[in-house]
Design a protein around this ligand. Structure first.
Ligand code: GCW
Length: 743
């Protein structure tokens, strides 16, 4: 019985191919470099597992065919395989793979040397990290996970691989955020306890951490924050002598896989740890305290990525307590980290979490823009603002945060949540890549057409912009009435842009609780590397890597498309039986699982639907509502402003309408609610039926654990359906046109 622990890296035995292809017999690595060593041993492990024979690792080229791993700078043989132009096309963490399928040297290409006999494959990069990513790419090919010229089921194709690959990551920072606490719990974790901590101490299970590093590196993740952004009492001490040796040990494990560690810090550390009476960012004593702290932290972990900061958010301390703004807070920390090349990742999830539900003027959706837009251009060049994809909080459907387009002179990270806090908590199937694709493809029109989110977060749009340096000279208002001139700092760097996402893994044997939720971790990494990949391509890769070779050979033919389709349908299915038309929430307060339509309606969290007997939705128009729609550039500002043009799926996010309002689909709002909820629950049951139909083709262990989740989902979807339908039937008094049971 398989558990799912190997995820997409199981390297199952290739039953179609008897022997290790000749070029796989020797792996040549000339450089003494830790990450290259990792690349070579991963390749060695993968090849021996797939072909039943262990390749040898050699430091010198041999006369037989071999596979060479190396950087252009350090490995002469590798460099000779590529022209200077070809080398120049590879970015810092990108790679080239070239297979010279020339069993007959007479057919040599221009890059073949006369002295090379037989087939050679080269994986090359500017850096060893690039080579590592190239090795994982090659392993994906060999496992049958990628479409291309290499057919791993054909002995012939494997003997003489025709490979010519160039791949560069679109985003420089490709990060995972852990919300792990040192007591071993994981905030919003749905896959068991933390793999990092237990009982207020670091784990001793370094093998598990290493296996995690492998999974992350295999999809190109290179940054990892290892503790919750809500930094509690014990975790505040992570930056002290008590825990720094442990942090260093963990950093070493991830360093071997090219992954940099970050720590979330408590903004009030100078008070808790330093015994100061204030954490005021403009207090010289506070700045000095952080400078000394940075020196101590970097002495322990010289390549620490930096700090992640949740300040003035959901009761966390921050600069507001001292009448300072967030640029003051972030810049003070940034100055402390600058000597060591550290970054400050400052979260924009700042809103009033103590609002009064009677107050109809305050709109949580506006908050990030209102707080941070005025600070655009005031941040140091080692500060990056991390912005959630939507203005609220990882709902199944939200518009894209207007803050991305609005910031023109500030480096940004986009924040996704792989953990399914509001999308079924890894008990329901919800493949999130299609949602993320919509976000990345959204055109903000910040600099005219083509100003997409993916171009903003990769730094492609703004790092070229002239507006940057001029804005940085502006005089800024600081605190209560004082003025300070900002230094002119260099323009934003592409290196300080990218994507972060909240982890969905834990100590469960299969990492993600729901085995199929592994696709979200895989998909996130692949998308952060290449946002042009489609949700379909990514699903295809993941399903093939995870399931091919699992059952009988022939059976897997229909297994792959069937599971892929389950993934691709799942977001839409989940959306259809939960909160309708973009209004969000309707979940049980606190743990956020399961339906409770009014659960948050009379609370202080700013998450309301305003349903009454006449209608539902939030008026966020400029004309009569909160004005949120006006935070977008045209044409979105106008599109969202009017019910005539607002897309159906976001109607209730932007408008309060009667239940009888007719959607673009031709259906009324109330009938849409009934229809989608009945259909959604049915389609959830079909997911389960599809899985059952695949039983013979699946490993028993995998079959059973997923079935258990899908059965729960089907039942729970009915609960959602009946609660939502009944609520709106009782509010509206309008019957279902199709007379289905409503209670
Ligand atoms: O969605 C909310 C979560 C909190 C989380 C917060 C955040 C870590 O419910 O658990 O806190 O977002 O993103 O900071």
């Amino acid at each position: 019985k398989e558990s799912g622990y190997d995820a997409w890296l199981h390297y199952r035995r290739n039953r179609k191919v008897k022997n290790l292809p000749a070029w796989c017999k020797v792996i040549v690595v000339q450089e003494a470099d830790e990450v290259l060593h990792t690349a070579a041993s991963e390749l060695q492990h993968g090849l021996s597992s797939m072909f039943g024979q262990q390749p040898r690792i050699s430091a010198v080229p041999v006369s037989a065919p071999f596979i060479a791993l190396g950087t252009f700078q350090e490995h002469a043989w590798v460099a000779e395989r590529f022209s200077p132009e070809e080398q120049a096309e590879v970015s810092t963490e990108g790679y080239r793979i070239r297979g010279m399928g020339t069993p007959n040297p007479a057919h040599s290409t221009s890059h073949d040397n006369k002295d090379i006999k037989g087939t050679h494959v080269t994986v090359a990069g500017q850096t060893s990290k690039g080579v590592l990513y190239g090795v994982f790419h090659l392993l994906r090919y060999l496992q049958g996970g990628l479409d291309g010229k290499l057919d791993p089921t054909s002995e012939e194709s494997l003997q003489a691989p025709i490979l010519d690959v160039l791949s560069n990551p679109a985003n420089s920072i490709r990060m995972i955020n852990h919300w792990d606490n040192m007591d071993g719990s994981v905030e919003r974790g749905y896959a068991g306890a933390s793999i990092f901590y237990d009982n207020h101490a670091f784990t001793t299970n370094m093998d598990r951490l290493r296996d995690y590093a492998r999974l992350l590196a295999s999809v190109g993740i290179q940054a990892l924050s290892i503790n919750n952004v809500n930094v509690h009492h014990v975790e505040t001490e992570l930056i002290t002598a008590t825990f720094l040796p442990d942090v260093a040990r963990v950093a070493a494990v991830f360093r071997a896989y090219g992954i940099q560690i970050y720590l979330s810090i408590n903004y009030a550390s100078p008070i808790q740890l330093g015994g100061l009476t204030t954490a005021d960012p403009l207090d010289p004593g506070v700045a000095e305290w952080w400078q000394a702290k940075a020196r101590e932290v970097y002495a322990a972990v010289p390549d620490l990525g930096g700090f992640v900061v949740k300040a003035d958010s959901e009761n966390r301390p921050g600069p507001f307590s001292y009448g300072r703004h967030h640029a003051d807070g972030a810049n003070m920390l940034a100055d402390a980290l600058r000597p060591y090349g550290g970054r400050v990742i400052w979260r924009c999830f700042v809103y009033d979490c103590k609002q009064d539900w009677r107050d109809r003027k305050t709109d949580r959706a506006r908050a990030a823009f209102d707080h941070f837009k005025p600070l655009d251009g005031l941040f140091r060049d080692n500060v990056i603002l991390q912005i959630k994809n939507g203005p609220m909080d990882f709902q199944v459907r939200e518009p894209v945060s207007p803050l991305f387009g609005a910031l023109k002179a500030t480096q940004v990270l986009l924040e996704f949540q792989i953990a399914q806090e509001y999308t079924g908590q890894q008990r329901h199937l919800c493949y999130l890549v299609p949602q993320w694709k919509e976000v990345l493809d959204f055109d903000t029109y910040a600099q005219g057409k083509g100003s997409t989110i993916k171009r903003i977060v990769s730094g492609a749009l703004h790092s070229k912009s002239d507006s940057v340096s001029s804005r940085r000279k502006a005089i800024v208002h600081v605190g209560s009435g004082s003025f300070q001139e900002e230094q002119t700092s260099p323009s934003p760097k592409r290196g300080n842009y990218g994507i972060a996402a909240v982890s969905n893994i834990g100590a469960d044997a299969n990492w993600t609780g729901h085995l199929l939720a592994q696709s979200n971790l895989y998909g996130y990494g692949r998308l952060a590397w290449d946002p042009e990949l489609s949700a379909d391509e990514i699903a295809n890769e993941w399903v093939r890597l995870t399931f091919s070779g699992q059952g009988t050979e022939d059976a897997s033919a229909d297994l792959i498309p069937a599971i892929k389709q389950m993934l691709l349908d799942s977001w839409n299915i989940y959306e259809s039986y939960t909160a309708p038309l973009g209004v969000g929430w309707m979940v049980s307060p606190g743990h956020h699982y399961g339906p409770d339509v009014d659960g948050y309606e009379y609370s202080m969290w700013g998450t309301y639907h305003f349903a009454d007997c006449r209608g539902i939705g939030v008026d966020r128009t400029t004309a009569t509502g909160t004005g949120y729609a006006g935070q977008y550039f045209s044409p979105h500002a106008d599109i969202y402003e009017s019910t005539d043009t607002c897309p159906d799926e976001l109607l209730l996010f932007f408008h309060h309408v009667p239940y009888t309002h007719t959607l673009h689909s031709g259906q009324t709002v109330i009938q849409h609610i009934y229809d989608t909820h009945f259909e959604g629950a049915e389609r959830a049951a079909q997911l389960k039926d599809t899985w059952i139909s695949l039983r013979e083709q699946l490993n028993e262990g995998i079959y059973e654990q997923v079935l258990e989740r899908l059965e729960h989902q089907a039942e729970h979807a009915k609960e959602w359906r009946d609660r939502i339908n009944t609520y709106f039937y009782r509010k509206s008094g309008i019957a279902d046109q199709k007379n289905r049971p409503i209670y």
